[in-house]
Design a protein around this ligand. Structure first.
Ligand SMILES: CC(C)(COP(=O)(O)OP(=O)(O)OC[C@H]1O[C@@H](n2cnc3c(N)ncnc32)[C@H](O)[C@@H]1OP(=O)(O)O)[C@@H](O)C(=O)NCCC(=O)NCCS
Length: 167
């Protein structure tokens, strides 16, 4: 597996699994039937953002991450990021590798902290991964996410500081 910056041609490899993750409705506050162009702009087109892909030896996209300022201007030194791993590739270290890459890149880009605004409290695999990487749950917004299978559940705000990159 190799992680690199994504370009426009990578969208064709991202969309099939991003669509399935969004359609499941359990981890992101997007409409389950989000149209492809809306999803492409949301994932690939954030102001000040950059996108990464994890690819296998054949070049197939296994997962993707996007990194962007959590707020504009006075809040732009805090990063936000999103992660999606193809369901067929989960549990093999792709998410952890993407997260390590994004944390390193965020520090190199000068961000001083990273914040996740809306981690669904039933997404226990993701929460365990973020906590193992040093994120803390700052607060949980009660019943803020309408899970299709569990009804209203909380959204965690998670945060960690970033070390200043040496190069
Ligand atoms: C969350 C996600 C990015 C993790 O990616 P992944 O490639 O499956 O994760 P990894 O294989 O790198 O696993 C990393 C860690 O995640 C945790 N984890 C992953 N799946 C888990 C599961 N089903 N149950 C419990 N923990 C799990 C473990 O702590 C694991 O630790 P380890 O490295 O010591 O084994 C991926 O499952 C995904 O895209 N999910 C749908 C979208 C999503 O939830 N994005 C994050 C929103 S906050």
């Amino acid at each position: 597996m190799h992680i690199r910056d994504a370009g426009d041609p990578d969208w064709a490899g991202i969309w099939p699994f991003l669509r399935d993750i969004v359609a499941a409705g359990e981890t992101y506050c997007w409409p389950a039937d989000t149209a492809e162009e809306d999803a492409r702009v949301w994932w690939m087109g954030k102001a000040g953002g950059r996108v990464f892909v994890a690819v296998d030896e054949s070049g197939a996209v296994l997962g993707t991450a996007e990194l962007h300022p959590n707020q504009p201007a006075a809040g732009a030194h805090v990063a936000n990021a999103g992660f999606m791993v193809a369901p067929a590739a989960t549990g093999r270290g792709v998410g952890r590798a993407l997260a390590a890459h994004v944390l390193d890149q965020a520090a190199r880009d000068g961000y001083r902290a990273m914040q996740f605004n809306a981690v669904v409290e039933t997404n226990t695999g993701a929460i365990a991964l973020w906590q193992s990487l040093g994120f803390r749950i700052l607060a949980t917004v009660p019943d803020a996410f309408d899970s299709p299978t569990r009804g209203p559940v909380g959204l965690h705000i998670m945060h960690r500081m970033l070390e200043r990159a040496s190069s």
